[in-house]
Design a protein around this ligand. Structure first.
Ligand code: NDP
Ligand code: 2IT
Length: 445
């Protein structure tokens, strides 16, 4: 495999798609050995076929503000690869959304979904709509208009979207309502649904819980655990909330959260009422974490800074892509951090990953670490297909089991001669082999 040629060709074809090109390079770098050892992949053009999405739908989403003013946003669905199951992946509503970001997320999703052990292909979608500061009625009208286009593309056995940044239970509800009306059917076309109308218990917590279950396995390779560990979390959204809850359960202490405005340092730990307060902060529909420090005076707010300067044992980036750079990684190394597990998708820059890995930090990449969210979406699809609902305990046990098996797959494919584990390589190779072998079996389609 000629990595430089593939990347040069892709850069020419998709100039400026920075996040997409970053994600493809990171995966292909890990795959060089396995592709060179398996000439059947080369002759079947597996890499060339994998790096381009099957199709991209782009559409306009007109919607009216409460005062009648009309706005137009862009909507997208990137159907990347369905070799092992229906396209599956979240919808992101954030003003930064563009084709490059959705292609990076869709590409990563192929391998993540393959790692879950469940039959799901990869896709992603969303809009540059900003839900911040919008009324419920405005969010509803936007979601309805978005689904008016999307519904023709999706279906419970075709493509099953879910939430991501800016899309939680409320938005899924409005989109599902519109789908149900248009398709005249009540099926599992979206996951992350409310539990009264087909959703799975544990799905809201799943990404954060899964992140911590995975980090727990990583620590166990060093004979260690979360008990007594100090933990830095970034973000204050769905994933951060689930991760904080589970770290607390396991005896660790979370001392940071962050938002686009800066970070909060709470040396006493974010526990009890403070975790509930995070939900209030999110529901307030603002874009800031600073009010936390007014509510809890023992905490301090650090404007325009990132939490990676705080001395911690474990770091869980749970906000967004490229939120932890080379300098941040060096801070973590200097402060003796032993484990970084990515709850978000691609939060670490390539330079940061290099710095962490070369300094012996246990580093778990997002596609393995945060796969518990989509895995529980897969469990929601199973429950919908069977038309029954599992208990919290059943879903949590299945999630825990899946996270352990993803960790095992990373060890199998990422163990180095010196006994250390390259989780980046392990995750990429394990996910790739499943999809590539399926593509070979299915012929050139
Ligand atoms: P939420 O919308 O619930 O939270 C996102 C968090 O990140 C918020 O705190 C948000 O702050 C912050 N954030 C978003 N964009 C930026 C930015 N440009 N700069 C700084 N902070 C930012 O989303 P989730 O918790 O669901 O998602 C967080 C991460 O986890 C994302 O990378 C997502 O792709 C990933 N993920 C999510 C899964 C899920 O099931 N939800 C599954 C697997 C991964 P604010 O809203 O104030 O901008
Ligand atoms: O990035 C992700 O894995 C998600 N946002 C969850 C996708 C899903 O289909 O549950």
């Amino acid at each position: 495999m000629d990595l430089n040629k593939i990347m040069n060709d892709l850069e020419k074809k998709h100039p400026g798609e920075m996040e997409y090109l970053q994600a493809v390079r990171e995966v292909l770098e890990s795959l060089e050995d396995v592709v060179n050892e398996n000439p059947q992949f080369e002759s079947a053009g597996i890499i060339d076929r994998l790096v381009e999405p099957d199709r991209v739908l782009m559409f306009k989403v007109p919607w009216a503000e409460d005062n009648g003013k009309v706005n137009v946003n862009l909507g997208y669905r990137v159907q990347f690869n369905n070799a092992i199951g229906p396209y599956k992946g979240g919808l992101r509503f954030h003003p930064s959304v563009n084709l490059s970001i959705l292609k990076f997320l869709g590409f990563e999703q192929i391998f993540k979904n393959a790692l879950t052990t469940l039959p799901m292909g990869g896709g992603k979608g969303g809009s540059d709509f900003n839900p911040k500061g919008k009324s419920d009625a405005e969010i509803m009208r936007f979601c309805q208009s978005f689904m008016l286009e999307l519904w023709r593309l999706v279906g419970p056995d075709t493509d099953v979207p879910a939430g991501d940044i800016g899309v939680g239970g409320k938005e899924i509800g409005y989109m599902y309502g519109m789908y149900k009306k248009l398709a005249r059917e009540h099926t599992g076309v979206l996951t992350g649904k409310g539990t009264d109308w087909g959703g799975s218990l544990i799905r809201p917590e799943a990404t954060g819980f899964g992140t911590v279950y995975f980090a727990q396995e990583m620590l166990a390779t060093k004979g260690d655990s979360f008990e007594g560990k100090t933990v830095a979390v970034s973000g204050f959204g769905n994933v951060a909330w689930g991760a904080i809850t589970k770290v607390n359960d396991l005896g660790g202490k979370v001392v940071t959260i962050s938002g686009p405005d800066g970070y909060i340092h709470d040396p006493e730990g974010i526990t009890g009422d403070k975790v509930e307060y995070l939900l209030e902060l999110r529901a307030s529909n603002q874009d800031i974490v600073s009010p936390y420090a007014e509510e809890f005076p023992e905490a301090t707010f650090h404007a325009d800074k990132r939490p990676w300067e705080v001395k911690v044992d474990v770091a869980l980036p749970c906000a967004t892509q490229n939120e932890l750079d080379g300098d941040d990684a060096q801070n973590l190394v200097n402060n003796g951090c032993m484990c970084v597990a990515e709850g978000a998708n691609m939060p670490s820059t390539p330079e940061a990953v290099h710095t962490m890995q070369s300094n012996g930090i246990l580093f778990g990449p997002g596609k393995a670490v945060n796969a518990g969210g989509v895995a529980t979406s897969g469990l929601e699809m199973t429950q919908n297909a069977m038309k029954l609902a599992w208990t919290r305990e059943e879903v949590d046990a299945k999630l825990h089991h899946i996270m352990k098996s993803i960790h095992e797959a990373c060890v199998t494919h990422g163990k180095k001669a010196d006994g250390s584990i390259d989780y980046v390589k392990g995750a990429n190779v394990a996910g790739f082999l499943k999809v590539a072998n399926a593509m070979l079996d299915l012929g050139l389609v």
